[in-house]
Design a protein around this ligand. Structure first.
Ligand code: PSU
Ligand code: MN
Length: 304
């Protein structure tokens, strides 16, 4: 397995010394945000994590290796290049064997983080059960990966491009705890509300770290989803974003978009339809997640 892993020296040193580390995904860079905001956000997020005394490890696939920790040039490449694959779990062997460039989704990033021994992973939003999944069977591999792999995820909840109720049901089936930070309601990415009460909630990063340790000490494999509501001043009210999301969903349907193209198509159209305001919210919530993730990683390193 080590033949396929390339761990940045700084990250390798941190792993060796049991220092806190936070993994970051790269699909959000290559397929989730436009250039140059994608690259500047990736750098700022790494900076926020460092300010907490935690080492950031952005993950991607380059030159036949799962890279854990990227340099500036690699980050810039992932932000600009047009030929970067969106790599979920099923794409990993093909992209690695053919030495293609790949930006990793939540599922693939978790798997690679686990290979490197990293326990905490920060992103914006996870994939989930899509609306109409009863017909399309479109359920993100992020969810099944979360039932297997011992890496906690900090996200801003899930976007209502998904069926939030079914996504929460499916996480229950898979045995994945869902903990919302600082409020009772599960957030929906752009909005602090979703209409659904979170299965669990906590006001304390320290308590969350304790729950992670307990889960894995009990050998209950899989992730914990930590849902962190977007800061109030940056949120887009649920009612306001919902009509735009519906428009993007209708367009995707008419255009016959399916499979791995669905999520990137919807993210791009929502950003266009909202005239960039959704992008500002997206950037703010990722930074907010980085701060919480770094705190959780710090507490977890202390008790591990
Ligand atoms: N949801 C977002 N932003 C994202 C993604 C999802 O709000 O950037 C990305 C993540 O990388 C996630 C992936 O893992 O899309 C899910 O893709 P799919 O639905 O094809 O599994
Ligand atoms: Mn899908």
């Amino acid at each position: 397995m080590n033949n396929y892993l390339h761990i940045h020296p700084e990250v390798a040193e941190a792993i060796k010394n049991n220092l806190p580390i936070v993994a970051l995904e790269s699909t959000i860079i290559s397929h989730g945000m436009p250039y140059p905001q994608n690259v500047s956000t990736a750098r700022e997020v790494e900076g926020i994590i460092r300010e907490q005394g935690v080492i950031p490890a952005t993950i991607a696939i380059l030159d036949g290796k799962c890279c854990v920790g990227l340099n500036d040039e690699q980050l810039e490449y992932l932000g600009q290049a047009k030929d970067v694959w969106k790599v979920s779990l099923r794409d990993m062997p093909y992209v690695i064997a053919n030495k293609l460039a790949g930006a990793t989704t939540v599922a693939a990033t978790m798997r690679i983080a686990a290979m490197a021994g990293i326990k905490v992973f920060v992103t914006g939003g996870i994939g989930g059960v899509h609306r109409d999944a009863q017909q399309t069977m479109d359920i993100s591999a992020d969810l099944t990966e979360m039932s297997n792999t011992n890496v906690a995820i900090i996200s801003a909840g899930v976007k209502s491009i998904l069926d939030i109720r079914l996504t929460l049901e499916y996480l229950e089936t898979l045995g994945v705890p869902v903990i919302t930070y600082s409020q009772k309601e599960f957030p929906s990415f752009y909005s602090r509300e979703s209409g659904y009460t979170s299965p669990l909630s906590s006001d304390s990063a320290e308590e969350i770290a304790g729950i992670l340790k307990t889960k894995w000490d009990l050998n209950i494999n899989g992730s914990v989803l930590i849902a962190n509501p977007v800061p109030k001043e940056m949120e887009i009210p649920y009612a306001k974003i919902e009509s735009k999301i519906q428009q993007a969903l209708d367009e995707a349907k008419s255009a016959g978009i399916n499979g791995k193209e669905t999520t990137p198509f919807l993210l791009k159209r929502i950003a266009e339809i909202t005239g960039g305001s959704s992008l500002a919210t997206n950037i703010a919530l990722v930074k907010n997640n980085a701060l919480l993730g770094a705190k959780v990683a710090n507490y977890l390193a202390k008790i591990s």
